[in-house]
Design a protein around this ligand. Structure first.
Ligand code: S3P
Length: 460
């Protein structure tokens, strides 16, 4: 099992490019597969979870070519895929169970597509994925006319999905989940009539933006933080042409917070996707007093020559700053949902108390991120209290190096590595190979900026 050894280090300085956005990479592959014609996806992230989507798409009869080898551009891995789309009704029954590995996005978005197919498929994944709630997608897909069976009354994977002739629904989601919204919209492509989804908060809207890139008419109406999204079934997806995946804001979060916390640091991250449904962490850091900056970048400049599927991009920068604790709740929680492990690390260094509430969803992510973050940061000397829907963090704490565990969660592993940069003494992060779930090249990127981070154990 790979470990990460981190020594207090810095200052961090320089420019880096983070790998392509994981959420957008999954969607680019799935929608290209359903399109009529070819799509070339540039900057696809060669992360373990996106590999799972690639394997599933191939098992459904779609030909995808990978440009041999990957070029390393400023410390980030850039992949190029050419997807030969089979059209809305061209998928083939898979010969075997579809393995979604540890990917919640793969299993839930794929469930939406499979619900519209005239065959039966079985989707499953890693032990951790098989503990994650699927009732939230199974229920609306059943209402649309699909048969979805699974363990514990259809609530846990493996799921067996018998697609059928679907009908559009008008569905109010109980949680602001982009995966659920996307599953319903993708099923809606195969349904008769209109599909309407009401979301209670600003869940990421990459599916809507990318559907539009593929020529599908999707209407979104926002009222405050809630929204209603409508789509008519039967719309064919045209070829995506060249599609550029912007850098992942959720990966940029680690060098960004590291720059804010490590004294005398200044870091610039280029080509980062800054869709406002994703940048909650940026707003939270600003409210804490962090010196962060965002310079919007036209999507047609030299670094990204073509379309980024309607996604805004920017150079995001951070400098070392004195932070003050804040209260976090409401709509920003949804826009920062994947960033709470690294935000908690920032909060340990802020003066005063930081309270996170309305974030119970963190308990059903790759790990129970409330319990896991509290347990591991406490081992490093942080003053953290667990709450049912969040946590309370008192700072600033003098962290000390410790032997900590990722709980097989990529974001926890990287957050603990950043905490190790500002701790006294060395930190060892166990089960850190899981970082490749979203950020291949994390160690190289952080080292390039001046962090003393190195692999140890298998695969050194
Ligand atoms: C994702 C949506 C979010 C997020 C996950 C990726 C997506 O999950 O936490 O990492 O790509 O749609 P939920 O939809 O469960 O909130």
């Amino acid at each position: 099992m790979q470990r990460l050894i981190v020594h207090p280090s810095g200052p961090l300085a320089g420019i880096a490019r983070v790998p392509g956005d994981k959420s957008i990479s999954h969607r680019a592959l799935l929608l290209s597969a359903l399109a009529t014609g070819d799509t070339t996806i540039h900057g696809w992230v060669d992360a373990d979870v996106c590999r799972a989507t690639l394997r599933c798409v191939r098992s459904l009869g779609v030909t995808v070519e990978e440009t041999p080898g990957f070029t390393e551009i400023m410390g980030a891995w850039q992949g190029i895929l050419t997807v030969h789309g089979v059209g809305l009704h061209g998928l083939r029954e898979p010969a075997d169970v579809l393995d979604c590995a540890g990917s919640g996005t793969t299993i839930r978005l794929l469930a939406g597509i499979l619900a519209g197919q005239p065959f039966t498929s079985i989707v499953t994944g890693s032990e951790a994925l098989r503990r994650r709630p699927m009732g939230r997608v199974a229920e609306p897909l059943r209402l649309m006319g699909a048969t979805v069976l699974g363990r514990q009354d259809g609530r846990l994977p493996p799921l067996a999905i018998r697609g059928g002739q679907l009908r559009g629904i008008d569905y109010a989601m109980p949680v602001a989940s982009a995966q659920v919204k996307s599953a319903i919209l993708l099923a809606g492509l195969f349904a008769a009539g209109e599909t309407i989804v009401h979301e209670p908060g600003p869940a990421r809207d990459h599916t809507e933006r990318m559907l539009a890139h593929f020529g599908v008419v999707v209407e979104s109406q926002r009222t405050g933080s809630a929204a209603t999204i409508r789509l008519c079934g039967g719309q064919e997806l045209t070829s995506g042409g060249r599609l550029d995946v912007p850098g992942d804001f959720s990966s940029a979060a680690f060098p960004l917070v590291a720059a804010v916390l490590v004294p005398s640091s200044a870091v610039r991250l280029i080509g980062v996707g800054v869709n406002p449904t994703r940048t909650g962490l940026y707003d939270l850091l600003e409210s804490m007093g962090a010196a962060v900056g965002m310079e919007e970048q036209p999507p047609t400049d030299a670094t990204h020559p073509a379309s980024a599927a309607g996604e805004p991009m920017a150079t995001v920068s951070g400098r070392s700053s004195a932070l003050t604790g804040i209260e976090v709740g409401g709509e920003v929680v949804v826009r920062a949902i994947d960033e709470f492990p690294i935000f908690a690390v920032a909060a340990t260094q802020a003066a005063g108390t930081t309270v996170i509430r309305d974030a119970a969803e963190l308990r059903v992510k790759e790990s129970d991120r409330i319990a896991a973050v509290c347990t591991e940061l406490r081992k490093m000397g942080a003053d953290v209290e667990e709450r049912p829907d969040g946590m309370r963090i008192h700072g600033p704490a003098r962290l000390h190096g410790a032997l900590v565990d990722s709980h097989h969660d990529h974001r926890l592993a990287m957050s603990l590595a950043v905490a190790g940069l500002v701790a006294d003494g060395p930190t060892e992060v166990l089960d850190a190979g899981v970082i490749r779930d979203s950020f291949p090249g994390f160690v190289e990127t952080m080292r390039g900026l001046g962090a003393d981070v190195a692999w140890a154990g298998d695969g050194e």
